[in-house]
Write a protein that binds this ligand. Structure first.
Ligand SMILES: C[S@@+](CC[C@H](N)C(=O)[O-])C[C@H]1O[C@@H](n2cnc3c(N)ncnc32)[C@H](O)[C@@H]1O
Length: 336
């Protein structure tokens, strides 16, 4: 290159983004709506909250006084990032459900300071999140290669590029708690396939605690979580030509003490029928009928270890914040 020629900005040179959704996400929404809204107890999986507006609302939730998980998980990362870096020697970080990667920077800083960090691989179903976060991180960490994967971590983990050295697969934010026990173990088994003998899984899980604290975290005074919950209806309206009025539904968050999980629901304020035009599907709600939009399981160390073992993983470190609100677990493929 001639000395006078301007250098290509590093941010452009070091980013690669692969998208695996291309219409398949709409198909998966259609299948989930068809399946979930025709059941005797209506239900939708939480991944459909996250269009650009849903992702922005989730970011606002993370700042709310009632929503302790983000602050607690960040505190654990700040206290343990150097130890995690030393234990793993990771040259790359794969992050599932990466969002804005706000807390991830704490870990990236530690790997960067240790001089091992080479590549970051964010995986998220929200395209704008992957693109924006890849741009931002390539700017913030000169020399970092960012390989974004726009996809569904339940369906596209085989598209995660092969490891180039010891890797950490991070699954933060308690997102694993969105799966009921059987599916949770299936997802963990799929994640375990991303790991080789030198690799680790770093996973955030919310812990069992006073139900009042839990319910407040999912039903904030400002109504941001209620708005986030109703966003799934706006997504269906836009993607499948439906005519839900989000204001026809109340936000409900309750702790189920038997299953030890939070449930978010939308409760119809009045009897009505909505047409989902793309599916030619009328959906009837009785007054007071509920649609379950999310479960968020809460963990004990024993529950987590059982799930890890079922996926062929063993615990290396169990890290909590001083108030034991939240936990980060570091695990690896089981040696047995
Ligand atoms: C609870 S947020 C957590 C975000 C971030 N990791 C954090 O800890 O703050 C869940 C994230 O996972 C993404 N997500 C949810 N379901 C997904 C799926 N099936 N495949 C890929 N990403 C998904 C959402 O778009 C969102 O960014």
């Amino acid at each position: 290159m001639a000395p006078s020629q301007p250098r290509q900005p590093l941010a452009e040179a070091s980013i690669r983004i692969d998208s695996h959704l291309d219409g398949s996400h709409e198909r998966s929404l259609a299948e989930d709506v068809l399946d979930g809204l025709t059941r005797p107890f209506k239900e939708l999986p939480p991944k459909h909250f996250y269009d650009a507006r849903g992702a922005e609302l989730f970011d606002r939730i993370c700042e709310l006084p009632e929503y302790y998980p983000t602050r607690a998980e960040r505190a654990i990362l700040e206290q343990s990032a150097d130890e995690l870096s030393t234990l793993t020697n990771a040259v790359e970080l794969v992050e599932l459900g990466s969002g804005t990667a706000a807390k991830t920077r704490v870990l990236l800083d530690a790997l960067d300071a240790a001089g091992t960090l080479e590549r970051y691989i964010p995986v998220d179903v929200t395209e704008s999140m992957v693109r924006d976060c890849a741009e931002a991180l390539a700017q913030e960490y000169p020399g970092l290669r960012v390989h974004g994967v726009i996809g569904d971590f339940e369906r596209h983990l085989d598209r995660v590029p092969p490891a180039t050295g010891p890797r950490i697969v991070a699954f933060l934010g308690g997102t694993i708690g969105n799966f009921p026990p059987g599916s949770r173990r299936r997802v963990l088994r799929q994640i375990a396939r991303l790991l080789g003998p030198a690799d680790h899984l770093l996973m955030g899980t919310d812990l069992v605690k006073d139900p009042r604290v839990l319910e407040a975290a999912y039903d904030d005074a400002q109504g941001v979580t209620a708005n986030f919950n109703r966003n799934v209806l706006r997504v269906i309206n836009r993607e499948l030509q439906a005519d839900f009025d989000p204001e026809d539904f109340d936000h409900v968050a309750l702790f189920d003490p038997h299953n030890e999980w939070i449930e978010m629901r939308l409760r119809a304020r009045r009897e009505h029928t909505t047409l989902v035009r793309d599916l030619d599907l009328p959906v009837h709600f009785d007054a007071g009928e509920e649609l379950r939009t999310e479960i968020s399981a809460k963990f004990t160390p024993e529950r987590l270890q059982g799930d890890l073992a079922a996926a062929g993983l063993e615990l290396v470190r169990w890290l909590t914040d001083p108030d034991e609100l939240f936990a980060l677990s570091l695990s690896r493929l089981s040696s047995r």
